[in-house]
Design a protein around this ligand. Structure first.
Ligand code: MGD
Ligand code: MGD
Ligand code: SF4
Ligand code: MO
Length: 751
């Protein structure tokens, strides 16, 4: 399936001409995987065998993840490879401006400044900030680089802003964090799907084909979102919840299920612990009370509970909508309680899962990019885990630092002066961190900021040294998709002339820091061999996975603890990896979001994605696709807009206690009247994160991206600009291959 197919191009026009004969090229087909979302769609690149030039990409017709489908982001991804904005030389700041420099000069400077900071203030004054777009090999190497080469405990990644709430809840309830603990195929087998705070139609578009298959079999779908999104339109029921109240909704549903005897008592007795405390906790969560908190009508709540409770097989899936809150962990636990009480987890076509976002959001969090973890999902505070990893790394255990600071706290430590030198590789926190105005000031005030990126990001613009990084198709490596399937991204093209791969950069810096011997890998495959060994015996055990096995099986699901082990598509069939083999219920009680609307800031603000752009936008704002959505739009209900004097296509200024931002107005009857939605893909004065609240979840340190209080007012500004993109009939699913599948049958409207 992944094999390189050699074939000769012999176009009709070429035949017969000697000159063209000579140019007959041997073309190669190389299978890789999309760099954007966590579906990990397989794509095939055709490469000129003589020149190495990439001639084109198309979705892989047979790979089981996407079977010939891809979305418009996947289609646009290859434009990055030879984009004119690519950074081709290192940049060093001189006299306030970034100027081109030679590689050796830039690398020497970076190492020298880090060594200076380290000897003056200690290694903990250095930090590493990274992201889930990187391959698992790079994540592994960077985690090791921070601890072994730089010697600092302070390494974390943007997954803290993404998956950390679900990750903590999964660990607490099931003993392990794999986003989907069942294969994607199971989703198509469900009779009821509950989609909580996910707009998969725009964020994981290809997954919609699995939902649609379930629906075609008669499955009932419940969508929980404060907007009637294209995802919610696939649903039979839309529950337009008030932002930040999903926990109350889940408890209310469980209350009804208990009352109506729709819980699975034999499953609860055999496979779980702690149900009685949860039953008690949901006792007061009557439909009337829950309706008052969530805004979801009582009868809809009861109807939804019955749909879920009576379905033979049901899956509950959460997205960032319900997770990115200061009560994110408890909210996910509340939905897990529902899945456990109805006996779903560990059964075919059933279960609970979180929809991982970034291409390698899963692999990144497994192999050592988190401040508290070592490879294989090992705790950095566990003595046996430390010994195992120290042995693989060939260093004394005492040299592995302890737990470091979480992402937002790492950035805040740049502001307080605790961190003086930061190394950013694979993230753009000047746009994507909460309360970004402050974060930009903190980053700008550092003694020494180094950024590695293929494009000059807003964070790179603040740096002292910028190193041109490679893109996904320029370096081989594995990624783990949202279902826990380890995939191999093959290298399709060489980096542009002047650019080094991320791995080469880490190796060159390690040498200069005196740690070269620990980073002496001759290939990515060698890094993978090391990480396999480091993961052996851990929860995310990759020890039985090899590149050849991935190619043979179209991906391998972890855990895969031995060479002859086939991998584990569906987990928990025989038990949970907890001390007693049971899943744990956790009683949770609703508490309001950290910030509520008040007179000066009367609206809820929520933030999220549109299909045309990816995350901080540093990659996608440059692509042709951006013409379809060139500037950020604030979605607001027409009645709310009228009261505030806001008009379609004109500008609005939003203000929160933290800052302000400008957006063009898009009227939408599909959003709650008390809430406005803005996309996150811009920085500067269009930055959603100028407004957001950095209140953190006490357990996982997730910021409250999804709800804060704002006011909105008309702003001066031209009515020109990109205009409001119109939505194609049938919604964005129209970009998927089988348009025929797209029907909507929503039964409720937004209040
Ligand atoms: N096109 C595109 N695709 C992407 C990305 C991208 O940037 N662009 N990013 C990738 C990444 S990293 C991630 S993490 C995923 C994220 O994927 P999603 O979780 O699907 O994305 P969001 O748009 O952040 O949020 C989903 C929905 O939550 C709703 N929402 C907001 N607040 C609440 C609330 O309090 N409760 C409930 N129930 N719903 C709420 C919003 O209206 C929104 O429709 O997408 C991945 N895929
Ligand atoms: N308000 C609000 N804020 C949010 C969210 C939200 O919903 N609301 N969502 C949060 C979530 S879920 C996430 S995941 C974060 C993500 O936020 P960021 O981490 O800022 O996301 P990206 O834009 O993917 O940043 C990746 C950077 O690395 C570069 N890059 C990509 N691939 C490579 C590579 O292989 N090598 C190198 N060297 N560089 C590479 C890209 O050009 C880009 O500049 O944002 C969070 N911020
Ligand atoms: S669904 Fe995700 S992985 Fe597939 S093509 Fe689109 S962005 Fe890429
Ligand atoms: Mo994410």
């Amino acid at each position: 399936m992944y094999g390189e197919v050699l074939r000769t191009s012999a176009g009709a026009a070429e035949s017969g001409h000697k000159a063209t004969e000579r140019r007959r090229a041997v073309h190669r087909s190389i299978t890789t995987h999309c760099c954007f979302c966590a579906m990990g769609c397989a794509m095939t690149a055709t490469v000129d065998g003589e020149t190495g030039e990439v001639l084109g990409f198309k979705p892989h017709p047979a790979h089981p993840v996407n079977r010939g489908r891809q979305c418009m982001l996947g289609h646009a991804a290859p434009e990055q490879l030879r984009h004119r904005d690519r950074l081709l030389r290192p940049l060093i700041r001189h006299g306030g401006r970034l100027k081109p420099a030679a590689w050796e000069e830039a690398l020497d400077l970076v190492a020298r400044r880090w060594l200076d900071i380290r000897s003056e203030l200690g290694a903990q004054a250095l930090g590493v900030y990274s992201g889930g777009s990187l391959t698992t090999e790079k994540c592994y190497l960077l985690g090791k680089f921070a601890r072994v080469a730089m010697g600092t405990p302070n390494v974390d990644y943007n997954g803290r802003f993404c998956m950390s709430a679900a990750s903590a809840a999964l660990n607490m309830a099931f003993g392990v964090d794999r986003g989907l603990n069942m294969p994607l195929e199971d989703l198509a087998e469900a009779d009821c799907l509950v989609l909580v705070g996910t707009n998969a139609a725009e964020t994981l578009p290809v997954i919609m084909s699995y939902f649609q298959r379930a629906k075609n079999r008669g499955a009932r779908i419940i969508g929980v979102d404060l907007r009637l999104t294209w995802t919610a339109r696939l649903a039979d029921m839309h529950l337009p919840v008030r932002p930040g109240t999903d926990l109350a909704l889940a408890n209310g549903l469980l209350h009804v299920l208990v009352r109506e005897n729709l819980v699975d008592l034999p499953y609860i007795a055999a496979r779980t612990r702690g149900f009685e405390a949860v039953k008690e906790a949901v006792e007061p969560c009557t439909p009337a009370r829950v309706a008052a908190i969530t805004g979801v009508p009582e009868e809809d709540l009861v109807y939804a509970a019955r749909l879920l409770g009576r379905a033979e097989r049901a899956v509950i899936l959460t997205g960032r909508g319900c997770e990115q809150h200061s009560k994110g962990v408890e909210t996910v636990l509340a939905w897990i309680n529902l899945a456990l009480a109805t006996g779903r987890v560990g059964r075919p076509g059933s279960g609970f899962g979180t929809l991982t976002g970034q291409a390698n959001g899963q692999g990144g969090r497994e192999h050592g990019l988190k401040a508290d973890q070592l490879p294989g999902f090992r705790s950095i505070e566990d003595a046996a885990a430390r010994r195992h990893v120290a042995e693989v790394w060939g260093i004394p255990e005492a040299l592995i630092p302890g737990k470091g600071k979480s992402a937002y706290e790492l950035l805040a430590a740049c502001g307080s002066g605790e961190i003086r030198g930061l190394f950013v590789l694979g993230s753009n926190p000047a746009v994507s961190a909460p309360d970004a105005g402050n974060v930009r000031r903190w980053l700008g005030g550092l003694d020494f900021l180094v950024v590695v990126d293929p494009f000059l990001s807003e964070t790179a613009q603040l740096a002292d040294v910028v190193l041109p990084g490679s893109t996904w198709a320029e370096e081989e490596g594995t990624v783990t998709n949202l279902e826990g399937r380890v995939l191999l991204r093959r290298r399709v093209a060489d980096p542009p002339r002047g650019v080094r791969t991320d791995t080469e950069i880490l190796q060159a810096l390690a040498r200069r820091l005196g740690a070269g011997a620990h980073f002496f890998h001759r290939s990515t495959a060698e890094v993978f061999e090391e990480l396999r060994a480091a993961s052996r015996g851990g929860l995310a055990d990759y020890s039985g996975i090899s590149y050849s096995k991935i190619l043979l099986q179209s991906g391998v699901f972890w855990p895969c603890p031995g060479d002859d082990h086939p991998g584990t598509p569906r987990m928990f069939q025989d038990g949970f990896p907890t001390a007693d083999g049971r899943a744990a219920f956790h009683p949770v009680r609703y508490q309001p979001a950290a910030e509520q609307p008040e007179k000066a800031h009367p609206l809820h603000l929520t933030t999220g994605r549109v299909i045309f752009h990816y995350l901080s936008g540093n990659q996608t704002r440059r692509l042709k696709l951006a013409d379809k959505y060139p500037e950020p739009l604030v979605e607001i209900h027409p009645d709310t807009a009228r009261n505030l004097g806001l008009r379609e296509g004109r500008m609005a200024r939003l203000r929160s206690l933290r800052g302000e931002a400008l957006f063009r107005v898009k009227l939408s009857p599909h959003i709650r009247r008390d809430t406005v939605f803005v996309p996150i893909h811009w920085g500067g004065e269009e930055g959603a994160n100028n407004l957001t609240n950095p209140a953190l979840d006490p357990v996982c340190r997730m910021p409250e991206f999804k709800v804060c209080a704002v006011r909105a007012e008309p702003a001066a500004g031209s009515a020109a600009g990109g205009g409001i993109p119109s939505t194609p009939a049938g919604g964005w699913f129209a970009v998927l291959k089988s348009k025929r599948e797209m029907r909507t049958s929503c039964t409720s409207t937004v209040s």
